[in-house]
Design a protein around this ligand. Structure first.
Ligand SMILES: [Mg+2]
Length: 220
C-alpha cells in the first residue's frame, strides 16, 4: 500500500484551503489571523488551528470545545470556493497513480487536511477515485496516529496486511512514518531538499514523482 500526502506531494496547495482557516478563526473565535504566521507545512489542520489560536491568546480548552464548529466552518467555506480554485496537479502524478493501480497496489491518502477538504481538492482535479482509504486531519491531531488509522482501515476494508510506504514532502511526514513503523519515500517537491528529508527519516528520496519506473523499483 502506498499512502500519499496531498499538499506539495500530489498537488500545489489550494489558496481556498489556506483562507478557510482565517474565515473560521474570525467567525468562531473573533480572531484575525493568517496561518503563515507559523511554519505549517506538514502539520495537521487541527494542529494548525490550535497553534495559531494559542498564539492569539485563546485558551486550549476553548479551542478544543469549538474545534468541531471551527472545522465545519472551514469545510463549508472551502466547498463554496473550490469551484473557482485553480488546483495544479504536480508533474507525473496521474501517470504514477494509473501505474500503481494497474499493478494492484492499494493507494491511500495520509494528509493533515480535513477529509472533506482533501476529497474536494481531489474531486476537483479528477483524481479522487484512486484513493480507496486514508488517514486525515479530521481523524486526529497527530500525523503518526493518522498513519496507524489508515493501516487499520486498510485491514478492515481490504484485509490488507502487507508493506506500507508513505510518500510526503516534509520532515513531519517522515517523522510520522517513522513513528508508525512504515517505509518513507521523501519527495522534494515542497520546501525541503532530499537531504533534509533523509535527515528526517526518509528511507528513500526522489526529486519528484515523474519517474514511475524508479518509484515502482523502490516499492518492489
Ligand atoms: Mg505536504
Amino acid at each position: 500500500m502506498v499512502l500519499f500526502d496531498i499538499d506539495k506531494t500530489l498537488l500545489k496547495s489550494a489558496r481556498g484551503h489556506h483562507l478557510s482557516f482565517s474565515e473560521a478563526f474570525k467567525k468562531v473565535f473573533e480572531v484575525d489571523a493568517d496561518i503563515d504566521m507559523i511554519e505549517h507545512d506538514g502539520m495537521t489542520d487541527q494542529q494548525i488551528i490550535t497553534e495559531i489560536l494559542k498564539k492569539n491568546g485563546i485558551a486550549e480548552e476553548e479551542i478544543k470545545s469549538r474545534m468541531a464548529y471551527c472545522t465545519a466552518v472551514m469545510v463549508d467555506y472551502f466547498n463554496e470556493v473550490v469551484k473557482d480554485e485553480k488546483i495544479i496537479i504536480l508533474d507525473g502524478v496521474p501517470e504514477l497513480l494509473e501505474e500503481l493501480e494497474k499493478n494492484n497496489i492499494l493507494i491511500g491518502l495520509l494528509t493533515g487536511n480535513l477529509e472533506p477538504i482533501a476529497r474536494a481538492k481531489l474531486v476537483k482535479v479528477g483524481l479522487n477515485d484512486y484513493f480507496k482509504l486514508g488517514g486525515f486531519g479530521s481523524d486526529d491531531m497527530s500525523r503518526a496516529e493518522l498513519v496507524k488509522i489508515a493501516m487499520v482501515r486498510a485491514k478492515d476494508k481490504f484485509n490488507f496486511n502487507g508493506s506500507v510506504f508513505l510518500v510526503g514532502d516534509t520532515p513531519k511526514d517522515m517523522e510520522a512514518g517513522k513513528a508508525a513503523g512504515v517505509k518513507n519515500i521523501g519527495v522534494a517537491t515542497g520546501k525541503y531538499s532530499m537531504d533534509q528529508l533523509k535527515d528526517a527519516g526518509a528511507n528513500f528520496v526522489i526529486p519528484n514523482l515523474k519517474n514511475k519506473e524508479e518509484f515502482l523499483n523502490i516499492i518492489r
